[in-house]
Design a protein around this ligand. Structure first.
Ligand SMILES: [Zn+2]
Length: 282
């Protein structure tokens, strides 16, 4: 079982790292795995990054955005098992990138499954077009409203869980937070987006923000491989309301939580609180 870090996990990594790396110069960059920077070569990426100062460590959706001076952006996706570690000791077994900072500290990108990626954007316009092709609004953007969701979903036959997982619609929500949001909203994961009423979109909107906020407050969820820059693990998995709680009582009504498949992913829902659409057996 693998779990993609979602918005709260990536944001936790960003918050932990930012104060330690912002303002630092990347003194030496070793890219050890040719798969990581494709289509560029390790040598090209290393040459582009070395000697630049990190102005800001940002995040967009599930991407970490390393903003460098002179202007260059490293857009990093951790995928399933990637971690950014700060001064790890001993060094982990699957190091793909090693960065020496000008203050003597060290960053290591570790990734046993090797699905993580690092891509370069040469300027602000390049960065914006990269994200425009891949990501919808950030959930904490003021423009992300119930009406915005309703407008996106109004004509969509996509089941609402798959709708939430589509990064081009909502940036940063993955399997855990979609389940937790839909339970909070009392909406079944397989209900078609176009069938949701305005009050249901309001509830989904609130559910997404509540679930993500709870995840952020717990420093993310740690299942399997997610680690923060110090190798520590978050605690949100202890607060899941339905996700991975098959056969446990619903925290609202006590009915046994069921597991189903939605958007090809293991999905958890309460059959009583989240009424199934007709002809869909839970
Ligand atoms: Zn229930």
């Amino acid at each position: 079982m693998v779990v993609l870090p979602e918005l709260p996990e990536v944001e936790t990594i960003r918050r932990r790292l930012a104060p330690r790396v912002e303002g630092r110069v990347l003194a030496r960059v070793q890219v050890l795995d040719p798969r990581w920077p494709r289509p560029l070569t390790p040598r090209q990426v290393s040459a582009a990054l070395t000697g630049r100062r990190l102005r800001r460590l940002g995040r967009r959706g599930k991407y970490l955005v390393w903003e460098l001076d002179p202007e260059l952006y490293l857009v990093q996706h951790l995928r399933m098992t990637g971690a950014v570690l700060y001064d790890p000791a001993p060094e982990p077994a699957h190091v793909r990138v090693r960065i020496a900072l000008d203050d003597g500290h060290r960053l290591v990108f570790d990734d046993p499954r090797r699905f993580g990626t690092g891509e370069l954007a040469r300027g602000r316009a390049d960065l914006e077009s990269f994200f425009a092709a891949r990501l919808g609004l950030e959930p904490f953007d003021p423009a992300f409203t119930p009406s915005h969701l309703h407008a996106l979903g109004r004509l969509s036959r996509t089941p609402v869980k798959a709708f939430l997982l589509d990064q081009r619609r909502v940036a940063g929500v993955g399997n855990i937070y979609a389940d937790e949001a839909l339970f909070r909203a009392r909406v079944h994961p397989l209900r078609e987006a176009r069938r949701l009423t305005r009050p249901q979109w309001r509830a989904v909107h609130a559910g997404v923000l509540e679930a993500l906020s709870a995840g952020l407050a717990a420093d993310g969820a740690s299942i399997d491989d997610y680690r923060d820059p110090d190798g520590a693990r978050g605690s949100f998995q202890e607060e899941f309301l339905v996700h991975r709680r098959e056969d446990e009582p619903c925290p609202r009504c006590g009915t046994r939580i069921r597991k189903l498949t939605a958007a090809g992913r293991g999905t958890y829902a309460c059959p009583r609180c989240q009424r199934a659409p007709r002809r869909t057996a839970l």
